[in-house]
Design a protein around this ligand. Structure first.
Ligand code: ADP
Length: 441
């Protein structure tokens, strides 16, 4: 049988776009697609750690790129979209990356495998596999540095199984099972299997042999255990020839080194655009709740109540923001405890509650920019999607990390240079907001 790790030359994307965008196809080492914005910055930040050049593009660009980086990351906002939309968006991203010269691809989702029952992770993987003509891929959302590990196919957050962690109460994607095979099976048509830690521990050759054996048995979707960065090195090495890898950001971290990218390591001193700063938080994750509480001790704060927003609109929040000193520390947040979120959702519906908050924070971000804000700290994956869209951000240059998986990035919005950091719910220390802005002073 053909090599299961090799998509072959006849894959559909390459057939469809053999002409490319008309520049060196060999320049991009990997094309990456992320299912939300903070996921994309997380991945981009970890890749940039190596010194590799990383571009982050918000949505699928309409035009050909004027230049490509070692790693191109396309940020989508498709985690909770209907399956068909998510599949269409990711396939469009794959096609753009292929035309821009990518020959290897990475499908990035959350390290807590965030998905609904109709989840998009599996269907998107299967669609990308079909486009690339590959018969097998891996699933490795582990991020040991942030406490996400996988053992015997079960995902842990710190010492808690996923379904006992705060993720069980997520507003949009409550995770009620910790077993990745059980979560994935209903989402895919192909067979699901496991390469467990005992195999990974033996090294890349053993893992490669296990993947080949599973492929020979017709297993298309392989969950791979990882509890440490060393495991991730083994997995990345074993899967280097795969045309499509899927996972959290951390399993991609060894790829720049393995693919021969690198340079001056990002970090250290850097210049950020001058101007005011704001923290916008729509994340209700446990860590964000602690971060908001901590930051309220040192910054002026405005709490957005979804019920008030539904009744009175964003006017009061806009008025509050307009009265603030543009240069002073400030936070606007909808962040609330799980019981409060549930109560609001019961009244407004889950979708509408989320949308109202996202729309409000997006509008406030635009107002903040108009008032002279140039440094934006945004908490929440969906929230970041809404904010970057409103700011009409297109391509970001990825800079140094504030915390593992959360880099600063630099871009332009309405003719202004701005700095943005997009934080996924549970990332960062309790002092994250202050840490982030402190790096820019
Ligand atoms: P995270 O990264 O923590 O998952 P997200 O921004 O992705 O954060 O998701 C949080 C969702 O919860 C968003 O859709 C947001 O609008 C919504 N939300 C925020 N605050 C509230 C609230 N007080 N009540 C209901 N929903 C809320």
């Amino acid at each position: 049988m053909s090599n299961p790790l090799d998509g072959g030359a006849g894959s559909r994307v390459f057939c469809a776009f053999t002409e490319g965008f008309g520049h060196g196809r060999d320049k991009m080492l990997m094309g990456c697609i992320a299912d939300d914005f903070t996921g994309a910055t997380d991945l981009a930040g970890l890749l940039a750690r190596s010194g590799a050049k990383v571009n982050l593009r918000i949505g699928v660009p309409e035009a050909a790129p004027s230049e490509v980086a070692d790693f191109e990351v396309i940020a989508l906002k498709c985690r909770t979209e209907p399956v068909a939309d998510a599949v269409a968006q990711t396939r469009a991203a794959l096609a753009w990356l292929a035309r821009a010269g990518a020959e290897r691809f990475f499908w990035k989702y959350c390290s807590t495998f965030d998905s609904t029952a109709e989840g998009n992770i599996g269907p998107v993987s299967e669609a990308l596999m079909a486009d690339l003509g590959v018969s097998q891929t891996i699933y490795c959302p582990a991020f040991p540095e942030n406490g996400r590990s996988i053992f015997m196919g079960n995902l842990f957050v710190g010492e808690q199984p996923l379904a006992e962690s705060p993720m069980k109460d997520h507003p949009l994607t409550p995770m009620r099972d910790s077993n990745l095979m059980r979560l994935l099976e209903p989402q895919v048509r192909g067979a699901v299997g496991l390469a467990n830690r005992l195999v990974v521990e033996k090294g890349a050759a053993a893992l490669k042999a296990r993947l080949a054996a599973l492929a020979a048995d017709g297993v298309a979707h392989v969950v791979v255990d990882a509890v440490s960065d060393r495991d991730l090195d083994v997995i990345a090495e074993a899967c280097l020839e795969m045309k499509l890898m899927t996972g959290g950001s951390a399993v991609a971290m060894p790829l720049p080194r393995l693919l021969g990218a690198g340079g001056t390591v990002a970090g250290g001193a850097f210049s950020a655009p001058e101007g005011g700063a704001i923290v916008l938080s729509g994340s209700c994750s446990a860590m964000t709740r602690a971060q908001v509480a901590a930051y309220l001790h040192q910054a002026a704060g405005f709490r957005l109540d979804p019920l008030e927003l539904a009744e009175h609109g964003v006017g009061p929040a806009r008025d509050w923001l307009a009265k603030q000193d543009p240069m002073a520390a400030k936070i606007m947040y909808a962040t609330a405890e799980p019981a409060a979120v549930k109560a609001v959702q019961a009244k407004l519906g889950v979708g509408k509650a989320g949308q109202i908050v996202e729309d409000a924070l997006a509008e406030l971000a635009v107002l903040a920019r108009e008032l002279g804000t140039r440094r934006f700290v945004v908490a929440g994956g969906e929230t970041s999607g809404a904010v970057t869209k409103a700011l009409r951000v297109e391509t970001l240059r990825v800079g140094p990390e504030v915390a593992p998986g959360v880099p600063w990035s630099f871009t332009r919005s309405a003719g202004h240079d701005i700095a943005l950091t997009l934080k996924s719910g549970n990332f960062g220390a309790e002092t994250f907001f202050d840490d982030a802005l402190g790096m820019l002073t």
